[in-house]
Write a protein that binds this ligand. Structure first.
Ligand code: ATP
Length: 526
């Protein structure tokens, strides 16, 4: 099938600018993707509810991840652990003592910030200056421009790069040694000002534990303090032996889980990027000690391929290797995505050594080992994990797909160019008129398609308006039923991105849609 008639005149914006995030937030609310939680009470900070289209998109992202990780790997199995866990879990994992963020207040504006984020934003500004130099030079040198050489040799750029390296090193070492006075000194030396008020009048930096605590048990005296889990990973570690034995897996093997996590984040602006209640999709891969670096590299590659297969733009991703490692890791990298507010962490890939399993062995007194029949020895496995925030992935999809377009006829449309396999609805069934047996014919088609595809039925308003509504929620195909349909069983098949239309027979519809929107096609491209 070939499409004709491309009408699009120009993409007006889906590029990072001050308004893109704001536009996405209001689009998400208007079209039933995301609402502020408890909206009628004016919302609750950093907590959001997913509406009818949002829940479909979210489920499709989950499904893509689950199928790619669990279905496509014979040695990865699933788990759904409880949110509440024995309190000792969080002592063993280090969260009670060390799951802190460094907090700083501005004395004039009374606004609270994460001290490390203020420094990271400073670094991002310096990165922005490098980008500007590169763009300027590219214009000046034209075709002869060699970006790599320019970055390596241009005095100003080299200076910026050295500055970034210095700041990163100092921040890393003062955070890992707990030298909070030096973090404050760094903020002052870099002359970082409050982004809201411009004031440089800062308090000291303090640590703030991010776990939400509550009590279990009905009587206050007999109640025990427990926590809402701040990550799903620990549910996997404490179940390591249960899962390994009952699924009869041998090393290397992985356990995958999707579930809620809770963090009392200090700053929670930026919409669903940083929430206090969010969802993680994590996979812990258990390997023989000494082989972890191979697996770490292999999982970095697999995960970036998973992202790129969606076609959201190769240049929207980059790796950020960590030089200052968390206490449990011997290698770590983030996959960063080009969100409207710049490149930020979307997923973490960490080589966690045997830190967690060893700690749980110590605190529980139970051995969490694997007997290796080939080497005839038992050992505590090492772990390589991949951890992605489902909500951040949702925002990545929205950021890349939200587009405002000017059309040839001067009109405008907002379209979500969501990859068809992830789109909340795959096809909309639209009777051209709400009479003359057209609705009956449309419902007949709907009842054939609804078992295999998420469908929408819409008979209200002019057809052009209905197409715009479907564009705005990212429906990749529309099927229009008109009088000719009653005569020859053919329909108009309209494609979202090009807006091209074509006549196809009802008999072809099922297969055509299957080819274009199926998760299978996406998965087999991995
Ligand atoms: P950040 O540095 O942005 O706070 P993190 O390094 O603490 O993130 P991890 O503990 O590695 O994050 O969690 C794994 C993933 O979970 C992150 O890559 C991110 O996608 C997601 N995530 C973490 N915190 C939040 C949050 N508050 N809201 C939404 N997603 C989150």
């Amino acid at each position: 099938m070939s499409f004709t008639k491309p009408y699009i005149f120009a993409a007006m914006s889906n590029t990072p600018d001050g308004n893109t995030l704001k536009n996405i937030v209001s689009h998400c609310k208007e079209y039933g993707f995301i609402y502020p939680s408890s909206d009628i009470y004016d919302g609750l900070g950093a907590t959001y509810d997913y509406g009818p289209n949002g829940v479909e998109l979210k489920n499709n992202i989950k499904n893509y991840w689950w199928q790619a990780m669990v279905r496509m790997h014979g040695n990865i199995v699933g788990l759904d652990a409880a949110i509440f866990m024995h309190p000792t879990t969080w002592k063993a994992s280090g969260h009670v003592d060390a799951f802190n963020d460094p907090l700083i207040d501005n004395k004039d504006s009374k606004k609270r910030y994460r001290a490390d984020v203020l420094v990271e934003e400073y670094i991002a500004k310096v990165e922005g200056k490098i980008k500007k130099e590169v763009t300027k030079a590219a214009k000046r040198f034209g075709d002869a421009f060699n970006e790599e050489e320019f970055i390596r040799t241009n005095g100003r750029v080299v200076g910026y790069k050295e500055k970034i390296a210095q700041v990163e090193k100092r921040l890393g070492s003062s955070l890992s040694s707990g030298n909070l006075a030096d973090v404050k000194a760094l903020i002052e030396e870099l002359e970082i000002a409050d982004p809201v008020s411009g004031s440089k009048n800062w308090t000291d930096v303090r640590q703030f534990n991010l776990m939400f605590g509550t009590e279990i048990g009905s009587l206050a005296e007999g109640a025990d303090k427990i926590y809402l889990r701040p990550e799903t990973a620990q549910g996997i570690f404490v179940n390591y032996l249960n899962v390994q034995k009952t699924s009869r897996q041998r090393l290397p093997f992985g356990i995958a889980q999707i579930g809620k996590a809770f963090r009392n984040e200090i700053i929670a602006r930026q919409f669903i990027f940083r929430m206090r209640e969010f969802e993680q999709m994590e996979m812990q891969f258990f390997v023989k000690p000494g082989t972890e670096m191979e697996w770490y590299e292999s999982w970095k590659e697999k995960r970036i391929n998973w992202h790129k297969a969606l076609g959201l733009g190769e240049n929207n991703y980059r790796f950020h290797d960590h030089h200052n490692l968390a206490h449990y890791a011997n290698a770590a990298a983030d996959i960063e995505f080009n969100f409207p507010m710049g490149f930020k962490e979307l997923e973490g890939i960490h080589s966690r050594t045997d830190f967690d399993l060893k700690a749980h062995e110590e605190y529980s007194g139970k051995k969490l080992q694997f007997f290796d029949p080939e080497d005839n020895e038992s050992y505590t496995p090492y772990v390589v994990e991949t951890s992605i925030g489902l909500d951040r992935m949702f925002l990545a999809v929205m950021s890349a797909c939200y587009t405002e377009e000017k059309l040839e006829d001067g009109s405008e449309r907002t379209v979500l160019r969501i990859p068809p396999a992830l789109a909340p609805n795959k096809v909309a069934i639209l009777p051209l008129m709400n009479k003359d047996d057209l609705p009956e014919k449309a419902r007949e088609i709907l009842s054939q398609l609804k078992f295999d595809f998420a469908t929408q039925y819409d008979a209200k308003d002019a057809i052009g308006k209905r197409y715009r509504r479907q564009d705005a929620i990212g429906t990749p195909y529309c099927v229009t039923i008109d009088h000719q349909t009653l005569e020859d069983d053919s329909v108009t098949f309209r494609e979202r991105d090009s807006m091209a239309q074509e006549r196809v027979s009802i008999a072809e519809l099922m297969q055509t849609l299957e080819e274009k929107v199926s998760m299978k096609r996406l998965l087999s491209s991995l």
